[in-house]
Design a protein around this ligand. Structure first.
Ligand SMILES: [Zn+2]
Length: 156
Protein backbone atom coordinates (compact mmCIF):
# COMPACT_ATOMS: atom_id res chain seq x y z
CA UNK A 1 0.00 0.00 0.00
CA UNK A 2 1.26 3.48 -0.75
CA UNK A 3 2.05 5.98 1.98
CA UNK A 4 -0.95 8.25 1.25
CA UNK A 5 -3.26 5.22 1.49
CA UNK A 6 -1.74 4.36 4.86
CA UNK A 7 -2.19 7.94 6.14
CA UNK A 8 -5.80 7.88 4.97
CA UNK A 9 -6.28 4.56 6.77
CA UNK A 10 -4.83 5.96 10.01
CA UNK A 11 -6.93 9.15 9.73
CA UNK A 12 -10.04 7.06 9.20
CA UNK A 13 -9.02 4.84 12.12
CA UNK A 14 -8.68 7.87 14.40
CA UNK A 15 -12.03 9.19 13.22
CA UNK A 16 -13.68 5.79 13.83
CA UNK A 17 -12.04 5.64 17.26
CA UNK A 18 -13.43 9.11 18.22
CA UNK A 19 -16.89 8.09 17.05
CA UNK A 20 -16.67 4.85 19.05
CA UNK A 21 -15.55 6.72 22.18
CA UNK A 22 -18.52 9.08 21.85
CA UNK A 23 -20.92 6.09 21.83
CA UNK A 24 -19.40 4.84 25.11
CA UNK A 25 -19.81 1.33 23.71
CA UNK A 26 -16.84 -0.73 24.93
CA UNK A 27 -17.10 -3.27 22.11
CA UNK A 28 -17.02 -0.49 19.49
CA UNK A 29 -14.11 1.26 21.26
CA UNK A 30 -12.19 -2.05 21.41
CA UNK A 31 -12.86 -2.73 17.71
CA UNK A 32 -11.84 0.83 16.74
CA UNK A 33 -8.69 0.58 18.91
CA UNK A 34 -7.79 -2.71 17.27
CA UNK A 35 -8.33 -1.29 13.78
CA UNK A 36 -6.24 1.80 14.61
CA UNK A 37 -3.40 -0.42 15.89
CA UNK A 38 -3.50 -2.42 12.65
CA UNK A 39 -3.29 0.82 10.61
CA UNK A 40 -0.40 2.13 12.74
CA UNK A 41 1.45 -1.19 12.38
CA UNK A 42 1.13 -1.00 8.58
CA UNK A 43 2.35 2.60 8.65
CA UNK A 44 5.33 1.68 10.85
CA UNK A 45 6.27 -1.21 8.55
CA UNK A 46 6.08 1.11 5.54
CA UNK A 47 8.33 3.71 7.25
CA UNK A 48 10.90 0.99 8.09
CA UNK A 49 10.86 -0.25 4.49
CA UNK A 50 11.36 3.31 3.23
CA UNK A 51 14.31 3.81 5.61
CA UNK A 52 15.86 0.58 4.37
CA UNK A 53 15.44 1.65 0.73
CA UNK A 54 16.96 5.03 1.56
CA UNK A 55 20.00 3.39 3.20
CA UNK A 56 20.44 1.06 0.22
CA UNK A 57 20.23 4.01 -2.19
CA UNK A 58 22.85 5.90 -0.16
CA UNK A 59 25.13 2.83 -0.19
CA UNK A 60 24.68 2.48 -3.96
CA UNK A 61 25.56 6.16 -4.36
CA UNK A 62 28.72 5.76 -2.23
CA UNK A 63 29.77 2.67 -4.23
CA UNK A 64 29.23 4.55 -7.50
CA UNK A 65 31.29 7.47 -6.22
CA UNK A 66 34.08 5.12 -5.13
CA UNK A 67 34.10 3.48 -8.58
CA UNK A 68 34.16 6.92 -10.25
CA UNK A 69 37.14 8.05 -8.11
CA UNK A 70 39.01 4.81 -8.82
CA UNK A 71 38.46 5.26 -12.56
CA UNK A 72 39.63 8.87 -12.41
CA UNK A 73 42.79 7.76 -10.58
CA UNK A 74 43.35 5.06 -13.20
CA UNK A 75 42.89 7.57 -16.05
CA UNK A 76 45.41 9.95 -14.43
CA UNK A 77 47.85 7.08 -13.97
CA UNK A 78 47.50 6.04 -17.62
CA UNK A 79 47.86 9.64 -18.84
CA UNK A 80 51.07 9.98 -16.83
CA UNK A 81 52.30 6.67 -18.23
CA UNK A 82 51.51 7.70 -21.80
CA UNK A 83 53.24 11.07 -21.49
CA UNK A 84 56.29 9.44 -19.87
CA UNK A 85 56.40 6.77 -22.59
CA UNK A 86 56.22 9.51 -25.27
CA UNK A 87 59.58 10.86 -24.03
CA UNK A 88 61.30 7.73 -25.37
CA UNK A 89 61.84 6.13 -28.76
CA UNK A 90 62.51 2.48 -29.52
CA UNK A 91 65.98 2.01 -30.94
CA UNK A 92 68.12 -0.89 -32.00
CA UNK A 93 71.01 -0.05 -29.70
CA UNK A 94 73.33 -2.76 -30.88
CA UNK A 95 72.62 -5.56 -33.35
CA UNK A 96 69.05 -6.27 -32.38
CA UNK A 97 69.16 -5.19 -28.73
CA UNK A 98 66.02 -3.07 -28.63
CA UNK A 99 65.74 -0.52 -25.87
CA UNK A 100 64.02 2.79 -25.38
CA UNK A 101 66.23 5.83 -25.66
CA UNK A 102 65.37 9.22 -24.21
CA UNK A 103 64.52 11.62 -27.04
CA UNK A 104 66.85 14.57 -27.04
CA UNK A 105 63.91 16.96 -27.37
CA UNK A 106 62.34 15.45 -24.22
CA UNK A 107 65.50 15.30 -22.12
CA UNK A 108 64.51 18.30 -19.99
CA UNK A 109 67.90 18.33 -18.26
CA UNK A 110 68.19 14.57 -17.80
CA UNK A 111 71.30 12.86 -19.16
CA UNK A 112 70.85 10.59 -22.17
CA UNK A 113 69.89 7.11 -21.02
CA UNK A 114 68.15 3.92 -22.09
CA UNK A 115 65.25 2.15 -20.42
CA UNK A 116 64.25 -1.48 -20.64
CA UNK A 117 61.55 -2.05 -23.30
CA UNK A 118 60.18 -5.18 -21.60
CA UNK A 119 59.79 -3.48 -18.21
CA UNK A 120 58.27 -0.28 -19.63
CA UNK A 121 55.79 -1.97 -21.98
CA UNK A 122 54.83 -5.01 -19.93
CA UNK A 123 55.13 -3.86 -16.33
CA UNK A 124 54.83 -0.08 -16.65
CA UNK A 125 58.14 0.19 -14.82
CA UNK A 126 60.72 2.69 -16.03
CA UNK A 127 63.94 0.81 -15.43
CA UNK A 128 67.07 2.63 -16.54
CA UNK A 129 69.61 0.29 -18.10
CA UNK A 130 72.84 0.29 -16.12
CA UNK A 131 76.41 -0.48 -17.00
CA UNK A 132 77.25 -4.07 -16.14
CA UNK A 133 80.60 -5.36 -17.27
CA UNK A 134 80.39 -9.14 -17.52
CA UNK A 135 81.20 -11.79 -20.04
CA UNK A 136 78.98 -11.35 -23.07
CA UNK A 137 77.23 -8.22 -21.84
CA UNK A 138 77.99 -4.69 -20.92
CA UNK A 139 74.65 -3.48 -19.60
CA UNK A 140 71.65 -4.84 -17.69
CA UNK A 141 68.17 -3.98 -16.50
CA UNK A 142 68.19 -3.87 -12.70
CA UNK A 143 64.48 -4.76 -12.62
CA UNK A 144 64.17 -7.84 -14.86
CA UNK A 145 67.92 -8.65 -14.86
CA UNK A 146 68.03 -8.92 -18.65
CA UNK A 147 71.57 -8.37 -19.84
CA UNK A 148 72.36 -6.44 -23.00
CA UNK A 149 75.32 -6.17 -25.24
CA UNK A 150 74.73 -2.53 -25.99
CA UNK A 151 78.36 -1.63 -26.42
CA UNK A 152 77.35 1.96 -25.96
CA UNK A 153 80.91 3.19 -26.28
CA UNK A 154 80.50 2.48 -29.98
CA UNK A 155 77.20 4.33 -30.19
CA UNK A 156 78.62 7.75 -30.88
ZN1 LIG B 1 63.73 -4.86 -17.58
Amino acid sequence: MDLMGLFTGVTQGISAYKTAVETLDEAKVAAATNELQVQLTHLGAEVIAMQKESLQAAERERATLRAKNELEDRVRELETRISERARYELVDAFMGAFVYRLKEASADGEPMHYVCQTCLDNKAVKSVIQRHAAAGSDAYCPTCKTTFHLNWFRQK
